[in-house]
Design a binder for this molecule. Structure first.
Ligand code: IPD
Ligand code: CA
Ligand code: CA
Ligand code: CA
Length: 266
């Protein structure tokens, strides 16, 4: 039998320990490298944080599998067993430039079904936590179910570069959505944008390319609160693949899919 209480206890302890190391890094020079392009950054702290989590998981739960952004388990293509999906620092550009607005994101799944999700805003020391079927919590306080909203009153999280060009939605449709909504915001840390939708600070979040570690925890959080997480075409996300992501309460999701993302008549 899996000891889920033990897993949860360890994760909370590890998040605090990782926080100490990350905050301490602000007093030292970061080692910053680029990955796919000059704006795709990774630092020694991204790698250290992932290694810290991976070593601890392997020590205490040797039968579990791990997918981490900075190199662990990218070859995993089956959802069986217990899988930890980790983004050690989500929002690395914010981490480097702002020293805030980044999070550690951990989703834990068993045979493809979500169990725990943790999104930890390191600087604010704020934990968004979900235990699937048992509730979603912000720093231990239950988060209420998502309320229905309309485009005209909605604040939508979207990266402005996708309003200029993307392969998935005609840009004109995105222009219309931006025009019709109350406002748009762009935080730059996908997991926190999920957490902001969960807590009503955003009404929707739209991303043209996210990886499993960006959405593994956030998807569980939103779904627990009655929200919907799909691709921008309304398709189910694949837990182990990158895709577009569209997060919102049910009513707004429906309105945006029908009126702005429905490209079937093009
Ligand atoms: C990135 C952030 C960003 C999103 C990118 C992600 P990273 O994660 O979540 O907001 O737009 O698609 O890759 O690389 O900082 O972990
Ligand atoms: Ca990255
Ligand atoms: Ca990320
Ligand atoms: Ca990352």
């Amino acid at each position: 039998m899996t000891d889920w209480i033990k897993i949860d206890t360890y994760v909370r302890q590890w998040l605090k320990e990782a926080r100490e190391n990350i905050l301490d890094s602000f007093n030292h020079t970061l080692n910053i490298q680029t990955k796919s392009d000059r704006n795709d950054l990774v630092t020694n702290i991204d790698k250290e944080t992932e290694l810290f989590l991976v070593n601890n998981i392997m020590k205490h739960f040797p039968n579990h599998r791990i997918v981490g952004e900075e190199g662990h388990g990218k070859d995993i293509n089956q959802e069986d067993g217990i899988i930890w999906i980790i983004d050690p620092i989500d929002g690395t550009v914010n981490f480097v430039h702002q020293q805030r607005n980044f999070a550690i994101s951990i989703g834990i799944y068993e045979n493809g079904r979500g169990k725990f999700g943790y999104i930890y805003d390191v600087v604010q020391d704020e934990l968004y936590f979900v235990e699937v079927g048992k509730g979603a919590f912000f720093n231990g306080q239950p988060i209420p179910l998502l309320e229905a909203t309309k485009v005209e009153n909605a604040i939508i999280g979207i990266n402005s570069s996708w309003i200029i060009s993307n392969r998935h939605i005609p840009v004109g449709n995105l222009h219309n959505l931006v025009r019709d909504s109350r406002a748009t915001r762009s935080l730059g840390a996908a997991s926190l944008e999920f957490a902001y939708v969960a807590t009503g600070r955003l009404d929707a979040y739209i991303a043209m390319r996210l990886s499993p570690w960006d959405f593994a925890a956030g998807k569980l959080l939103i779904e627990e609160l009655g929200g919907v997480v799909t691709t921008v075409k309304g398709e189910t996300l694949n837990l182990l693949e990158s895709s577009t992501v569209f997060v919102s309460n049910k009513a707004l999701h429906n309105e945006i899919l029908t009126n702005y993302f429905n490209t079937s008549n093009d």
